[in-house]
Ligand binder design. Sequence first.
Ligand SMILES: *Cc1c(COP(=O)(O)O)cnc(C)c1O
Length: 455
Amino acid sequence: MLEPEPFRIKMIEPLTRLSREERKKKIESIGYNVFKLEAKDVFIDMLTDSGMSAMSDQQWGKMFTTEQAYAGGSSYRLLEKTISDIFGFQRFVPVHQGRASENILFSLTVKEGDYVPNNMHFDTTHANVKHKGGTPVNLVVDEAYEPGKPGDFKGNMDISKLKKFIEEKGKENIPVIMLTITNNTAGGQPVSMKNIKEVSELANEHDIPFFLDACRFAENAFFIKTKEKGYADRSVRDIVKEMFSYADGFTFSAKKDGLTNIGGLLGVKDEKLHKKCVELGIIIEGFPTYGGMACRELAAIAQGVRESTRFEYLKYRHQQVKYLGDLLHKAGVPIARPVGGHAVFIDGKEFLPHIPQVQFPAQSLTAELYIEGGVRGVELGTSAFGETDEEGNVLPALLEFMRLAIPRRVYTLNQLNFVAECVTSLHEKRDDIMGLERIYAPKLLGHFMAEFRPL
Ligand SMILES: *Cc1c(COP(=O)(O)O)cnc(C)c1O
């Protein structure tokens, strides 16, 4: 049986749906790239889960009832108490979003020629390591690259790869080891407690600081509770505490499991490093009692982190993602399985086997889904990750996905039913879907601005 939502709706944002003809014209006019759509022209927006959460009455309330102040606002105290209660961390720096915490951390730790291992870097951590002259390295377990293969913790770090890597490169060239929970780039796949502990022990053995990229820490804790042996009877809060107890620090985007629309955190146990983070934070983000936000946002993060660690909420959250995944799987749509924490990934290569990857099947699918029902997903395939050779030819990416990310506490099951119907109806007429030619793409993070035309 489906569990009823553990909340009710108190405020709504009306949606309008353009006609198919209008949608067709819109997407043509912007070069078949959904990043360039106006949000008002989108019926159901599954571009990302980041910053898209519906905030609770408590979150909005605390934003109104804490004072607006440059220094010493009580929203900071609320946040301090939450970080201590939930994460067990006494020292942190608030920042305006996750990548700012990465910027501060890597500015103070990474130097030219260093390596930063991770199970898998998210694109902003990848870019921030590179920006400081370091090399980001992905040492995830091999199953992560096999989207159809079952497995409970396909986001794990491969411990033997990590061991070998430390021996090869030397601990003096590895300023920090990261672990991303859940593993966003691998489809939101979880990391087990056992794995977190093993990475931590290995890092300790070599005196290398160990940091969590903790954007989806609560969803990861849910998977540990429901899948890992020995955790079924432990509370989510207890599991979260244990996860963070193994880390020397964490980077965090509150736009995910913080249930806010903006914000981030950098947690640091070491007193000296924390002091440096505060000092650099003041230069690039602002005084620590507001951290690059209006200080009221800190109160929303403090409350959001408490709400996202409630089991009832997490059950509802996972049920939604699984519900959409199951509907599509039952209809024969090729998806990555098991579904991860925040999205359903549709395999563009299998969905459209007649379109070669150099003709961007997942991009084409994303454009067609918008035309079909006004649903906006995102391409994570050759447009986002494919390189080009010296002559400018497109090289296929390893994976070819269209992602449907599910914003937290936003859509109803009827809306998910509608999305599944649109995808299924496209699947039935998949032979008619054509590939695309890319006519423009900037060199870095080109998929945001790329333009295409139908072949
Ligand atoms: C979103 C995200 C980030 C970056 O956070 P922003 O708030 O977008 O800057 C870093 N790591 C992971 C795993 C993420 O999902």
